[in-house]
Ligand binder design. Structure first.
Ligand SMILES: [Zn+2]
Length: 60
């Protein structure tokens, strides 16, 4: 299941913390939104391969 949660694309400049929304624009500042960072269980996790490699090395 893919999450539809998005985050304000300019939150680093305009907010103290990420502003999440389901819409295409930030409800706070009106900036465009982008997909929120992948959750740890996300199958597309870019660090998953790295973690699996570490496990293999520890085991071997
Ligand atoms: Zn914003």
């Amino acid at each position: 299941m893919k999450s539809d949660i998005r985050v304000c694309g300019a939150w680093r400049d305009r907010h103290d913390r990420p502003v999440y929304t389901l819409g295409g624009t930030c409800p706070d500042c009106g900036a465009g939104t982008e997909n929120s960072a992948p959750a740890p269980f996300d199958p597309d996790d870019p660090y998953g391969e790295y973690r699996r490699a570490l496990k293999r090395r520890r085991r071997g």
